[in-house]
Design a protein around this ligand. Structure first.
Ligand SMILES: Cc1cc2nc3c(=O)[nH]c(=O)nc-3n(C[C@H](O)[C@H](O)[C@H](O)COP(=O)(O)OP(=O)(O)OC[C@H]3O[C@@H](n4cnc5c(N)ncnc54)[C@H](O)[C@@H]3O)c2cc1C
Length: 414
C-alpha cells in the first residue's frame, strides 16, 4: 500500500496503469501514460464518414465507420444519476448504496473485471493487512467461515459476489479520458473511450448531474529511472506484475522498496529459494529481520546499474539476476479530471479524511483516505447517502427501498 516512494529516484519517473505489465522494453524512457488510451489517441479519431444508429440495451448510439480498417463510434449519453469512475471496492461500495436506494448510476471501468487491482495486480501470497471487520464493504458481511485475515483469493471472491448480489454491472473496458463540469448546464461531461474488438474504438460522452471519482489511490504504478538500467540486461518487473517467487528460484533479486509489497515479496522470494536484496534507505531499522531470515539481505540506495550488477551508494557492487520494483503507485485523477479546487495536483482530495469525500457542484470522491478498504467504505456510505438525498428531491422518491431496486440505469440519448 505504498505511496510513491521517491527515495530511489534520480528525479524522473514513469507512471503506468496498474493493468499494464512493466517490462524494461516498454519502460523507463516512456512518458507518463495515464491509461492505455491517451488523449492524443482520442483526438486522433477521425470524423465519421458513414453513420448508422443502433440500440445497445437502453443506450442509443451512433456508429461511424471510416474508410480505413479501423472503426469507431461516437455517442452522447445522458445519465440521470451519477457517473462512477472505477469498479474497485470504492466504486462498487458507492454503487451498492445507490442501488439499494433506487438511484440510477453508471459505473465505468477501464479493465475487464471488477477490482482489477486485486485480480491482476497483486501477488499470490497477499493477505489483507487488517482484520476482516475493517475490510468489509457496506451492507454485505464476509462469509462466517472466512478467517480474520483474508487471503487475496477470498477477498476477490467476496468482491465478485458483492457485485453480483447488488446486480452491479460496470461498463468494462471503458477508460475515462476527461471529466469536466459545464457551468452553463450545471452538468458533468465525462468523455471515455472503449475498445470493442481489435480495431474498433468507441468514444462516448456521458452527461450527468454528479460524478464519483473512485479511480483509486493506486491507479498507476510508479517506475523510477535509474542510471545504467538499460545496460543491466536482467529481468525487471514492477511489484504489481509479481505473482510468486517460483520463477525466481536460485536467483539473486534486488527488491527496490521496503513498503508492504517490498517486505512481502522479499519474504516470498526467500520461501522460493531465492536471495532478495532489499533496498532500504535506512537499513538499521530492519536489521532484526535480516538477522532472523538467513537469505534476506538489506542494502542501501542505488547508485547505478551495469550489466548483471548494481552499484550501491556505499560503493559496494552486488551481482543480481532480477529486479522487482516495489516502488509504489499513484493516483491518476489529475490526468483526467479538469478540476483544481477539490483535488490537488497529486490526485488526492485536498481535505484529508474524514472530509475528502465531497466537493462542489456534484463532485464526489471515494477511496482516497489512505485508510484502505476501511476508508473506502466510510466514504462510500457518505457519498451514496448524500446523492440519494438530493436525488429523491428531484424525483419524488420519498422512501428508501429495502431491496436492490429494479431501477438501475435510465438513459436518455441526446
Ligand atoms: C499490493 C496491494 C495490497 C493492498 N492491500 C491492502 C490491504 O490489505 N488492505 C487494505 O485496506 N487495502 C489494501 N490495499 C489498498 C487497496 O488499493 C485498496 O484498499 C482498495 O483496492 C481501494 O479500492 P479503490 O476502489 O479505491 O481503488 P482500486 O481498487 O484501485 O480501484 C479503482 C478502479 O478504478 C479504475 N480506473 C482508474 N482510472 C480509470 C479511468 N481513467 N477510467 C476508468 N477506470 C479507471 C481502475 O482500473 C480500478 O479498477 C492494497 C493495495 C495494493 C496495491
Amino acid at each position: 500500500m505504498e505511496k510513491t516512494q521517491q527515495s530511489f529516484l534520480t528525479g524522473k519517473f514513469t507512471v503506468l496503469p496498474v493493468s499494464q505489465p512493466t517490462t524494461m522494453s516498454l519502460s523507463l524512457s516512456r512518458p507518463p501514460t495515464p491509461s492505455k488510451f491517451t488523449s492524443a489517441s482520442f483526438s486522433n479519431l477521425r470524423p465519421e464518414k458513414t453513420q448508422q444508429s443502433f440500440m445497445m440495451g437502453k443506450h442509443k448510439k451512433v456508429v461511424s465507420a471510416s474508410s480505413n480498417d479501423d472503426f469507431f463510434s461516437r455517442g452522447r449519453i445522458s445519465v440521470d444519476g451519477p457517473v462512477i469512475v472505477g469498479a474497485g471496492p470504492s466504486g462498487l461500495a458507492v454503487a451498492s448504496g445507490l442501488k439499494q436506494r433506487g438511484v440510477s448510476f453508471i459505473i465505468l471501468e477501464r479493465a475487464d473485471c471488477v477490482a482489477p487491482l486485486w485480480q491482476n495486480g497483486t501477488y499470490d501470497s497477499l493477505k489483507l493487512n487488517l482484520s476482516k471487520e475493517f475490510c468489509q464493504l457496506p451492507s454485505y458481511p464476509f462469509p462466517e467461515n472466512f478467517p480474520d485475515y483474508l487471503s487475496k483469493d477470498q477477498f476477490i471472491s467476496y468482491i465478485e459476489s458483492y457485485a453480483k448480489h447488488f446486480e452491479i454491472q460496470p461498463q468494462f473496458n471503458e477508460s475515462v479520458l476527461s471529466a469536466m463540469y459545464d457551468e452553463t448546464s450545471g452538468l458533468w461531461r465525462t468523455k471515455t473511450v472503449s475498445a470493442c474488438g481489435e480495431s474498433i474504438k468507441r468514444e462516448t460522452e456521458y452527461i450527468s448531474p454528479w460524478i464519483v471519482v473512485a479511480s483509486g489511490a493506486n491507479a498507476e504504478k510508479v517506475v523510477p529511472e535509474f542510471s545504467g538500467i538499460h545496460e543491466f540486461g536482467g529481468h525487471i518487473i514492477h511489484a504489481s506484475d509479481y505473482k510468486s517467487g517460483h520463477k525466481f528460484g536460485g536467483q539473486r533479486v534486488l527488491v527496490v522498496g521496503c513498503g508492504n509489497s517490498g517486505m512481502d515479496i522479499s519474504l516470498d522470494l526467500c520461501d522460493h529459494n531465492a536471495t532478495p536484496f532489499m533496498v532500504v534507505r535506512n537499513p538499521e531499522v530492519l536489521r532484526k529481520l535480516e538477522s532472523e531470515v538467513e537469505e534476506f539481505k538489506l542494502v542501501p540506495g542505488i547508485k547505478r546499474f551495469s550489466r548483471g550488477t548494481v552499484e550501491l551508494v556505499n560503493g559496494e557492487i552486488v551481482e543480481i539476476d532480477s529486479v522487482v520494483l516495489a516502488t509504489g503507485y499513484r493516483s491518476n485523477v489529475s490526468s483526467w479530471l479538469k478540476e483544481k479546487e477539490f483535488f490537488s495536483e497529486d490526485g488526492f482530495p485536498k481535505s484529508p479524511f474524514p472530509n475528502g469525500w465531497k466537493g462542489k457542484a456534484g463532485l464526489y470522491a471515494a477511496g482516497f483516505t489512505m485508510l484502505g478498504l476501511y476508508g473506502a467504505s466510510k466514504d462510500a456510505i457518505k457519498v451514496a447517502e448524500d446523492i440519494w438525498k438530493i436525488w429523491k428531491e428531484g424525483t419524488g422518491h420519498k422512501k428508501q427501498p429495502t431491496a436492490p431496486a429494479a431501477c438501475y440505469r435510465r438513459y436518455v440519448s441526446l
